[in-house]
Design a protein around this ligand. Structure first.
Ligand code: PRP
Ligand code: ADE
Length: 183
């Protein structure tokens, strides 16, 4: 039987384990690695992400992955589509000339960086990550790409924690899509 999209999403959802109180008390940790340890689920996840890109983001020219779990998807999707794979990393990890963006965390701040010569003004970029929680990381990546004059066509995550309303800070007009929603 050919599985339809909703069945595939339900199957993927059932494969992602959660761990209470990791990495600290009160956090329910959704572990993408538990799903991709299984080869059939790797393939299912790749198929679901590609189907989404073909429907919603078919003009994409670069897949931008957020350190580190976003890299699981940015290379494989870019390779399948034959488009650029570009990493956004935490400060001090990328060689050459970088563009930096400082953003606030609950306590303190952090800096994301991208290599200047990997991105060109107007390039149609899709940001990918495993999970949107507070939305802080993905919002900072949108702002970093905007500072590079890239055309951010959307953000795509495997999981979104809806109760944290991480979408609220993502600039207006940026499409956000997640495969699986949890509270
Ligand atoms: O929406 P937010 O509140 O920003 O949280 C989501 C981010 O947190 C996790 O990354 P983390 O910084 O833990 O790094 P890792 O991928 O290297 O584990 C996750 O992979 C997202 O990038
Ligand atoms: N609850 C969570 N599970 C997995 N990764 C996360 N990153 C931020 N919050 C997370």
């Amino acid at each position: 039987m050919v599985k339809d999209h909703e069945q595939k999403l339900a199957e993927l959802k059932s494969k992602i384990k959660s761990y209470p109180d990791f990495p600290k008390k009160g956090i329910l940790f959704w572990d993408i690695f538990s799903a991709i340890a299984d080869g059939a689920t790797c393939k299912l996840l790749q198929t679901l992400l590609l189907e989404t890109i073909q429907v919603k983001y078919k003009d994409v020219e670069a897949i931008v992955g957020l350190e580190s779990r976003g890299f699981l998807f940015s290379f494989s999707l870019a390779a399948a589509l034959g488009v650029s794979s570009i990493p956004v990393r935490k400060k001090g990890k990328l060689p050459g000339e970088v563009v930096s963006y400082k953003y606030d965390l609950e306590y303190g701040s952090d800096v994301l960086e991208i290599q200047k010569d990997t991105i060109r003004p107007g390039q149609k970029c899709l940001i990918v990550d495993d999970l949107i929680a507070t939305g802080g990381s993905i919002t900072a990546a949108v702002n970093l790409l905007k500072a590079c004059q890239a055309d951010v066509i959307g953000c795509l995550a495997v999981i979104e924690l809806e109760s944290l309303n991480g979408r609220k800070n993502i600039p207006d007009g940026i499409s956000v899509h997640s495969l699986i929603k949890h509270d």
